[in-house]
Design a protein around this ligand. Sequence first.
Ligand SMILES: Cc1cc2nc3c(=O)[nH]c(=O)nc-3n(C[C@H](O)[C@H](O)[C@H](O)COP(=O)(O)OP(=O)(O)OC[C@H]3O[C@@H](n4cnc5c(N)ncnc54)[C@H](O)[C@@H]3O)c2cc1C
Length: 337
Amino acid sequence: MAAVLVSGTHLNLVRIAMIVAILGAGPAGMSCANACLSFGLTPVVIEQSGEIGGIQLGNFHPNLWLLGEPQETGREMSERMARHFAALPLTCLRHACVTAVQGVAGNFIIQLETPVGLQTLCADAIVVATGTHPRDTPELAALAGQSDRVIIGPLSETIRDDIRQSRGLILGGGDNALDHAVFLAERGNQIRVCTRSNFSARQPFQDTCNANPNIELRANCTPDSLLIEANQIVATWGRIKVRYDWLLAMFGYLPNTELLTRFAPELRPSLSRSGHIQADIWQRTSVAGIYAAGDVTETPQPSVPTALAQGLVAARAAERDAEQLPPMESKAVPHPV
Ligand SMILES: Cc1cc2nc3c(=O)[nH]c(=O)nc-3n(C[C@H](O)[C@H](O)[C@H](O)COP(=O)(O)OP(=O)(O)OC[C@H]3O[C@@H](n4cnc5c(N)ncnc54)[C@H](O)[C@@H]3O)c2cc1C
């Protein structure tokens, strides 16, 4: 049996189809929910933030990898998808946090903290679509807490609008670091990019930076110390001290798998060496009834089209696997918040 039990007065008992709990409302989660409806499943989407759309909500660059709207920025694309999603007949819980997951395929019991209190969702299947977050270090996190001129991760309106005619230090050696060096140099900024070993960015990015007099690329160049003085960032290399107006840390992204620690041990999917959830071509994880889609998985090319496709496949897999589950009984869905 699978049913949804909700605390307090927010109980809405109905007889409904198989329930798929989808964790995360980025492209992967939204696509999965949409596909669930096509396949006759009942999606319940759980999003920890207040916004639907995922990490692209912060992207002011056009999305070159999605056919259809070449001039549309990542944010505009996410908002378009979110409008479609909002019109779908489904339950979406925002500001909702998974606190525990127990049970088995066909009867997972998911404890949630929501703005209207604790709720319990019983679902037949779970799709983890929680994406990634920018990697940082404790030192950088502390600096970012002291000054809004220290930015961890590349997507922000500050980068787009506020950083002009100034001196900036970028830490990181990948495509994102160099892409932003070029973006900021075009706005009259003097940029030094430091990476702790060699640059891993694609060669065309490196060539573009090397050809730009406003960009200095320095390999094997981790600062000995970083501190904030008079709203500037002071970086030290040996006896050399340089003041910067901005510091951007672009160390890549880590999968949002922390919530798996709240799953019962036998329900925690296997992770790859990089910490991503391992999923097969059906987006099945190592745990029956638990699927994963989008950037939280080990995937060759993380992107919006990939996430959309994987969300769709996860829904299809859940539908196929449901044929093995015991027959449905009465269920209920929680009120949206
Ligand atoms: C700087 C940058 C530039 C990019 N540029 C492009 C591009 O040009 N073109 C392109 O196609 N792709 C691009 N990508 C990749 C693209 O953004 C991702 O592949 C895509 O957003 C992945 O979708 P997702 O749904 O897996 O994850 P996300 O978009 O990260 O969405 C995950 C969602 O899960 C939520 N969540 C997280 N933890 C929890 C939790 N514990 N419980 C509930 N909800 C949770 C988050 O709040 C979020 O809403 C870029 C990525 C970055 C970082």
